[in-house]
Design a protein around this ligand. Structure first.
Ligand code: BDR
Ligand code: CA
Length: 311
């Protein structure tokens, strides 16, 4: 089984993604690292611990990472989407964390996993890319041990945080630029363009709840997210962005990707955090595999099946 580390900022869809990873037989969830993002770093770390307890994976170490972006001050979080507690005001439905995070920081935890793994490691990065940028800059010799980096982030036709920019990239564009443009680790990018097309509706959530167990608890947490989606987009359908990235991390090729050079705008203007893909056939530069399509019905069914505990 492929060793998998999830770098995350739980976060409602992050919580769902952790359950999906735990229920995916192709991967062995060996560590979780946390980053600031949807809420502050203490809360994302506490939530990661709570979710792992909920899903019966207290064996998985959790290490806390960056509490702010690489260069500029943190100016905004996503409490509106995820609630002050990062779990839609429903964190009380999850067990209190009884463990503490590891005594080492996220970057050291990632380095420890990479050094010790017998197989190439997949990293699923489903929050701002700060920890990953720090890892690649701090331990360049470990890069060959990363089999694949799967990133949830980016938007090529309109953002969710500003008109142009997706939340994870916007939260730390300098880190994203380093990871997506300057580094050369094999990378798959799962952007908003695809995740928004894979929205999940009321009947889907009802089936998740009907399966009982951790899926039922998380279905209640997702309800808050669904209400925000309804207000924001005027339709019933919630996008579980991070779960799609983790599905692709577990089952490479589930999403259809196109290799494209990608750039990230880091200036302080209105397009800060925007991602640009160069679709010209003669485009030069490093390419990342951008997931722009999938059999969406099959993906919805597979995610549901896995969250309910099927393989
Ligand atoms: C991304 O931003 C966060 O709010 C979600 O958890 C996801 O990782 C979607 O833009
Ligand atoms: Ca996230």
């Amino acid at each position: 089984r492929t060793p998998l580390v999830i770098d995350t900022d739980p976060g409602i869809d992050d919580a769902v993604a952790l359950l999906l990873a735990a229920n995916s037989p192709e991967v062995d969830l060996v560590a979780v690292t946390t980053v600031f993002g949807n809420v502050g770093p203490e809360v994302t770390t506490a939530n990661a611990l709570r979710v792992l307890r909920l899903i019966g994976r207290e064996d998985v170490p959790v290490a806390a990472g960056a509490d702010r972006p690489l260069v500029h001050a943190l100016v905004h979080r996503a409490e509106g989407w995820h609630g002050q507690d990062g779990l839609g005001g429903q964190s009380g439905l999850l067990p209190e964390a009884v463990r503490s995070p590891e005594p080492i920081r996220a970057v050291e935890q990632l380095a420890t996993v990479l050094r010790g793994a017998e197989l190439p490691v997949t990293i699923a990065a489903i929050g701002p890319l700060t920890n990953i940028a720090l890892l690649l800059g701090s331990y360049p010799e470990l890069k060959p041990r990363i089999g694949r980096l799967v990133v949830m982030g980016g938007a090529f036709s309109g953002g969710n945080t500003t008109a142009t920019s997706e939340f994870n990239i916007w939260s730390d564009p300098e880190a994203a630029r380093r990871v997506l443009v300057e580094e050369d680790v094999p990378t798959t990018l799962v952007p908003l363009d695809l995740t928004l097309r894979c929205a999940l509706d009321g009947p889907w959530l009802a089936s998740l709840a009907a399966g009982g167990g951790a899926g039922e608890t998380l279905a209640k947490v997702v309800e808050h997210y669904r209400n925000r989606y309804r207000e924001f987009y005027g339709e019933d359908g919630v996008a579980l962005h991070d779960a799609l990235a983790v599905l692709e991390a577990a089952r490479p090729g589930t999403l259809r990707t196109t290799p494209l050079p990608v750039d990230v705008l880091c200036d302080l203007g209105p397009a800060r955090g925007a991602t640009i893909a160069d679709r010209r056939l003669n485009a030069s530069g490093r390419r990342v595999d951008v997931a722009l399509d999938a059999d969406l019905d099959a993906v919805r069914a597979l995610v549901l099946d896995r969250l309910r505990g099927g393989a």
